[in-house]
Design a protein around this ligand. Structure first.
Ligand SMILES: [Mg+2]
Length: 370
């Protein structure tokens, strides 16, 4: 396919409820949408960076620069076979995985349209629907948190994940466990601890957590291996896994027993499929994490989560209206009464279209590159 034009569209979409993690409090999703034009077809990718480099090293400004000034000149008006060929053509760019992934995702959409297949089919998905869990931010009081947990348990979510940070951890978790002794419970520390906190994590072994997500440094592999050997609860690596190489290092060192794959953090779906396959070979369960994405990214996550080794654990793929009053797909993503999401494919009639009118309403700026 020849790439004729690339638009970088900045949108701002308010969150229904502000979302607090160990690193910041989000009030709106400030996102870049990448619209790639090729031979009469249009494919969209969503850049998962945030306004500042608070979660990923890249932020929207960095991604805008890389896409406009480095990626676009490398592919515009050139023949690109597809996503894998694109990744080979931009392999000279070090890092900048979110920027690469956003364009790669758009090329997967173009490939799906050209071949008349769903993304699920192209990626090798085997599941028709996937289980979803809920991820809850840090609340001002334990009572507020218990109320939130109660609400989402009533809705049937398959696992409850709680964000923790120093001072809002073991006592809160003990209280939650006292109220809910049997629920599938996990925690996410977003890298807020060090090996000096090893006794805290040993104490968590009594809480029967399904896993502890990314307790230590955001690029650490070695300290997590030390911690994993000292505790029974499985560690799930999230931020540390940015490529199939980092996954291989983590598996070989014994740094984790579970991995949360965010495909954009790993540079796109091509690299993430390799991580999926590697984890399958090593019996490492995986699940798809969320980055409060809008509909375009959310739907692509659903298709990715249909791969076979994603069958065991619940995913962070909530209904769109949990985050946004207005989203950019028709229909917006919804969950079933079984707290699952149906994977769109050719056979079940589930299809999502990009809502261009909603994008126009939410747009802050548009950069046209041709
Ligand atoms: Mg996480």
């Amino acid at each position: 396919m020849i790439i004729d034009r690339i638009d970088i569209i900045r949108v701002k979409v308010p969150f229904v409820h502000p979302f607090e993690t160990s690193f910041t409090r989000f009030v709106e999703r400030d996102a870049l949408l990448i619209k790639v034009y090729s031979e009469g077809l249009i494919g969209y990718g969503e850049c998962k960076a945030f306004y500042g480099p608070l979660y990923n090293p890249e932020d929207n400004g960095a991604c805008f620069h890389i896409i406009k000034n480095i990626i676009a000149p490398a592919i515009l008006h050139k023949e690109i076979e597809g996503p894998a060929d694109f990744m080979a053509k931009v392999a000279f760019i070090r890092g900048n995985r979110l920027a690469k992934a956003s364009v790669e995702n758009a090329l997967w959409e173009l490939k799906a349209q050209r071949e008349g297949k769903s993304l699920k089919t192209l990626l090798g998905g085997t599941q028709d629907e996937i289980k979803v869990g809920v991820s809850l931010g840090i609340e001002p009081t334990v009572k507020d948190l218990l109320n939130k947990i109660e609400k989402y348990l009533a809705e049937g979510y398959h696992r409850t994940k709680l964000k923790i940070k120093p001072g809002k951890d073991i006592e809160v978790l003990r209280e939650v466990r006292r109220h809910y002794p049997d629920i599938t419970l996990t925690v996410d520390a977003n890298s807020d601890y060090t090996l000096a906190d090893i006794d805290l994590f040993k104490a968590m072994d009594e809480l029967n957590l399904q896993y502890i997500e990314q307790p230590l440094g955001e690029d650490d592999i070695v300290d997590h291996a030390v911690l994993q050997k000292a505790i029974k609860t499985p560690i799930c690596l999230d931020e540390s896994i940015i490529s199939v190489d980092s996954a291989r290092n983590a598996i070989e060192l014994g740094s984790c027993k579970i991995i949360n794959i965010k495909s954009s953090r790993c540079g796109g779906l091509c690299e993430s499929i390799k991580i999926h396959d590697l984890c399958q070979q090593h019996n490492i369960p995986i699940w798809v994490g969320g980055m409060t994405e809008l509909g375009i990214g959310r739907v692509q996550n659903i298709s990715f989560a249909s791969l076979p080794n994603f069958a065991l654990l619940a995913h962070d793929i909530a209904a769109s209206n949990r985050y946004f009053a207005e989203d950019i797909t028709i229909p917006t993503v919804n969950i079933t009464p079984r707290c699952t999401v149906i994977v769109p494919d050719e056979t079940n009639g589930v299809r999502y279209e990009v809502d261009e009118k909603a994008i126009d309403r939410l747009m802050v700026s548009r950069e046209v590159i041709k």
